[in-house]
Ligand binder design. Structure first.
Ligand code: ZN
Length: 339
């Protein structure tokens, strides 16, 4: 570090410093937050000397911890919600009835108070945003209402298109290919979030097979699948048909986050639950949870490779060819579960 910028009061002169770490407590909104802080230490006497850049970094770290603990939105979360509706910082502030610069402050690092945080989170859901506009259209500037309405409409079309991509063109196909359940994106999202929460390093390819095991195990137990997904014979094992489109749908609707990861020479994506999912009523029933838990506890600990190997021993895999849809009738031959 540059020697002239640090003044040591003990040595009474400018000194060289080294950076060292130690636990420090920062008060954030009345809560004491302990973080591993980086401090500048005088190389001559060991005293801590002030360093603005490090202080700022430590404080930001404390804010991050506080946000995580209180489920407070960060600057990027807020920006993402605002941009989703095409609004300027000022426009978004007005929409919510905040002071004109409030959103600007939040997006540049100020921590939202809890009421503001709850409101921003609330309108992050498209349905809530529609209701908000409906109730307040008269009190809001016209251009704000128009912009948001337009973006909501555009988003709806996009969702429908993606949904039909995932659904496929199969209204004429036998319902059996979905295990006699209606396709439910909400249930898929719930199952995926559970796996993502329970299983560390949930690789994308591993998730595909866990979904397959869950739906097929449930079909064997109850003669109906959970999610209504169709499954196909994919190169690394059975997995949801149109899997990429499905993941994109889940990601864009805010249910999951995909994170690239490299391990040894394998490069892939890890699925994580999104931090800002709205609390919604559960869509799975008790029996469905039971099945999902069985799959997580019996297969969740396997590596991607081990799970892939295992799925390659399933009759459903052995008797189908690449790209084929896998009939749910193979559920009775599943190597997992109850016997
Ligand atoms: Zn000193």
């Amino acid at each position: 570090m540059h020697p002239t910028r640090h003044y040591c009061e003990d040595c009474e002169r400018f000194v060289r410093v080294a950076v060292s770490t130690r636990c420090e407590t920062y008060p954030v909104r009345g809560t004491d937050i302990r973080v591993r802080a980086e401090v500048a230490v005088c190389e001559d006497c060991g005293a801590v000397v002030p360093d603005e850049a490090l202080d700022e970094r430590n404080l930001r770290k404390a804010f991050d911890v506080y946000r995580g603990r209180k489920n407070i939105l960060g600057p990027r979360d807020i920006r993402r919600i605002r941009e989703r509706y095409g609004l300027s910082q000022r426009g978004f502030s007005r929409l919510l009835g905040f002071g004109d610069v409030t959103i600007h402050r939040y997006e540049t690092g100020a921590v939202p108070d809890e009421a503001h945080n709850a409101l921003i989170r609330h309108v992050g859901d498209a349905g809530n945003m529609r209701a908000w506009l409906r109730d307040r259209a008269d009190d809001l500037p016209d251009h704000v209402v128009e912009t948001v309405t337009e973006h909501l409409a555009r988003e709806e079309v996009g969702e429908r298109e993606m949904l039909s991509e995932v659904m496929g063109d199969d209204q004429f196909m036998r319902r059996s290919i979905r295990g006699y359940a209606h396709f439910s994106p909400e249930k898929v999202a719930e199952v995926v979030r559970y796996f993502a929460k329970e299983i560390s390093d949930l690789w994308q390819t591993k998730l595909a097979k866990l979904l397959w095991y869950a739906d097929f195990l449930h079909y064997r137990r109850h003669a109906v699948s959970i999610t209504g997904l169709r499954y196909a014979h994919m190169p690394f094992g059975p997995g949801p048909d149109r899997y990429d489109a499905l993941l994109q749908l889940l990601q864009e609707s805010g249910h999951i986050v995909k994170r690239p990861k490299v391990q040894y020479h394998f490069e892939g994506e890890i699925i994580e639950p999104s931090a800002d999912v709205e609390c919604t009523d559960p869509h799975l029933d008790g029996e469905e949870w039971e099945t999902v838990r069985t799959v997580a506890s019996e297969l969740g600990h396997l590596t991607s490779q081990a799970l892939s190997d295992r799925s390659h021993r399933e009759l459903a895999w052995l008797e189908t060819g690449e790209g084929d849809l896998i009939p749910y009738s193979y559920a009775r031959d599943l190597t997992l579960g109850d016997d």
